[in-house]
Design a protein around this ligand. Structure first.
Ligand code: SF4
Length: 154
């Protein structure tokens, strides 16, 4: 079992992942009118000009989801879209484990961005998980997941 060196003793990566899952579950249960229609508009970062940023706990969960697809690294992609967007099916490879930003940010088809004040408590919980993992704050999606994948390789 991997144990993270942390200022909060014995906060395991597996515990962090479970805590992030609870945040996502609560988000799904919020009565906010929004519906992802899998159009993947928000996964084309060059087109939107925006890239989701991840806290460390989200990255660990996303990396675990990547590994569950049988991969050890992010797929290659050079068109500016998310590397986790399948090139042929245009589906997210880790949809169930996609980060908070992918669930809440700017996609107009899904109903536009969540009002920050409606999810700020959940954002604070993700930040707290990051802190307990000795994270250094949110990072660009690819960078954050690649870092977590490297760690899970051992
Ligand atoms: S992780 Fe999935 S939902 Fe998020 S931007 Fe990448 S492909 Fe899209």
């Amino acid at each position: 079992m991997h144990r993270t060196k942390t200022s909060t003793p014995y906060y395991e990566n597996s515990t962090a992942i479970r805590d992030v899952e609870l945040v996502y579950k609560e988000l799904e249960e919020r009565p906010i009118e929004r519906h992802c229609t899998l159009k993947t508009g928000c996964c084309h970062f060059l087109q939107t000009g925006e890239t989701p940023f991840l806290t460390r706990g989200e990255a660990l969960l996303a990396a675990r989801a990547v590994r569950r697809t049988g991969r050890k690294d992010l797929p290659k992609r050079t068109d500016g879209a998310c590397k986790l967007l399948h090139p042929r099916t245009s589906r997210c490879l880790i949809y169930e484990g996609r980060p908070f930003g992918c669930r809440t940010h700017f996609c107009q088809e899904a109903g536009g961005p969540y009002e920050r004040k409606k999810v700020i408590d959940l954002i604070h919980r993700l930040e707290e998980i990051d802190r307990k993992l000795d994270g250094t704050g949110s990072k660009n999606l690819h960078e954050a997941i690649e870092e977590a994948l490297k760690e899970q390789r051992y």
